[in-house]
Ligand binder design. Structure first.
Ligand code: 0O2
Length: 223
């Protein structure tokens, strides 16, 4: 067992326990939860309307999460961000996260565009790891969004990271995520290489499925 790592994670755990106990932390996390609800509602409305128009739902499922206090503290320490709730709000952009899983790549882009076009949604940044996959093969569209939540004493702007991906991209990312925590891998380089091949294969399958859908939508005629 790596002793240094154990000491570090113990320290993180202890700091996280104190940090997450404060009233300010609990209040801000509640605001992030509200921001997630706002975006989820917007996506559900778009899903319902889209299905009327095109006879299919653009997304299969939505997942959401608030970053755990341990992960927040670990990242803040790593990035040398002072451990205060104000600094957390200012510097951390992934406390609130939503993942939208779609069947087709085309729908994923349409949904993302429709979301950011809304009056009260402000797009802060857009990272397209589908057009520009990460070297390991990771694919997803990441939007960082500013959204107001309406509280009893006024309006508060919150930031939420929204990840859009297809079922195939999500399958790959979930397996990749799991493997990263497997420390007993015998040959990680080969694994990384094989995972990259899988990611590329899945991307080709996504493109083929999209092609099949287009053929069906156009009445079954092929070019
Ligand atoms: P979790 O557990 O999913 O929350 P930052 O987000 O600031 O640390 P960066 O590089 O700006 O750093 O963010 P990036 O890489 O654009 O997006 C980070 C999130 O994207 C990750 O969050 C993952 O959810 C996902 N992600 C990015 N790269 C990979 C990858 O190679 N494999 C997998 N499975 N997911 C990836 P967290 O907080 O790391 O993890």
């Amino acid at each position: 067992m790596n002793e240094e790592l154990t000491v570090t994670s113990e320290r993180v755990e202890k700091l996280a326990k104190n940090f997450s106990r404060s009233d300010d932390f609990v209040r801000v996390m509640t605001y992030y939860r509200c921001a997630i609800m706002e975006i989820q509602t917007k996506l559900n409305v778009l899903n319902a309307e889209f299905s009327l128009q095109y006879d299919r739902n653009p997304f299969e499922s939505i997942e959401s999460r608030l970053k755990k206090p341990e992960s927040i503290v670990e990242k803040m320490l790593r990035r040398r961000i002072p451990l205060t709730v104000d600094d957390m709000e200012q510097e951390m952009t992934d406390i609130a996260g939503i993942r939208v899983i779609c069947s087709f790549q085309e729908d994923l882009y349409s949904l993302a565009d429709l979301l950011v076009e809304q009056d009260d949604v402000l797009l802060i940044s857009r990272k397209d790891y589908i057009k520009n996959p990460k070297p390991n093969g990771y694919r997803s569209l990441h939007l960082l969004i500013d959204i107001p939540i309406f509280l009893s004493k006024g309006k508060k702007h919150m930031r939420v990271e929204v990840q859009f991906r297809t079922i195939a991209m999500d399958f790959w990312a979930s397996v990749d995520h799991k493997l990263k925590y497997k420390k007993e891998l015998k040959d990680p380089e080969i694994v990384v290489e094989k995972l990259k091949v899988c990611a590329d294969t899945l991307a080709r399958m996504d493109a083929e499925m999209e092609e099949i859908r287009r053929t069906i939508d156009s009445g079954g005629e092929t070019e």
